[in-house]
Design a protein around this ligand. Structure first.
Ligand code: ATP
Length: 164
């Protein structure tokens, strides 16, 4: 991968705003806990693609409660991006498999919604390629939260910035 330092805040906000415009029938909320820029060593289009996959799924697998919640926070070492829906949810026995290539929980019903079962496997592959992780918490009938965590680029110290 080509090294590229990306400001996570900007990318997530842009994608959030795109989804707001594309899905006016949804209520989209964003809980942004970042105080300073969160810089991550990831190609910007790759980060964007990961978030689009999660947000697309959140829309696709929502039922009557058309709400999507984005959350952004960071610790000392990593940034955390969450995408939550209040839709159909995933049974615990299927949870571990949703990241597998071509895996779809409900083949018959999902087929109507379109898709090949590739999105999450691509998202996972990308997140791992950049040293991060992706996890899911879900309950059948009440919704899902997909969370990705990526290592922060450590800020240069004032020493390293000094021309001397
Ligand atoms: P595509 O290839 O277009 O991404 P897909 O949505 O079926 O199709 P994945 O994104 O890999 O593929 O998701 C795999 C399966 O995981 C889905 O078919 C669906 O059953 C389940 N799934 C993914 N996201 C959610 C979600 N937010 N809520 C409920 N089920 C989900």
């Amino acid at each position: 991968n080509v090294n590229q330092i990306t400001d996570v805040d900007g990318v997530v906000h842009r994608t959030f705003n795109d989804f707001k415009m594309l899905h006016p029938d949804f209520i989209l909320t964003f809980d942004d806990d970042l105080v300073q820029p969160a810089l991550v060593n990831i190609r910007q289009d790759h980060l964007e693609q990961i978030i689009i996959i999660l947000a697309d799924n959140a829309i696709k697998y929502s039922t009557d409660r058309k709400e999507i919640h984005f959350a952004l926070s960071k610790s000392a070492t990593r940034v955390e991006i969450g995408v939550q829906d209040f839709g159909e949810g995933i049974e615990s026995e299927d949870l571990a498999r949703v990241f597998n290539r071509f895996y779809r929980v409900d083949r018959a019903r999902s087929r109507e919604k379109g898709g090949n079962g590739l999105g999450l496997s691509i998202a996972e592959r990308l997140v791992k390629a950049y040293g991060g992780e992706i996890t899911v918490e879900s309950a059948l009938g009440s919704g899902s939260i997909f969370t990705i965590r990526l290592p922060l680029v450590s800020e240069p110290t004032s020493d390293e910035n000094s021309p001397l």
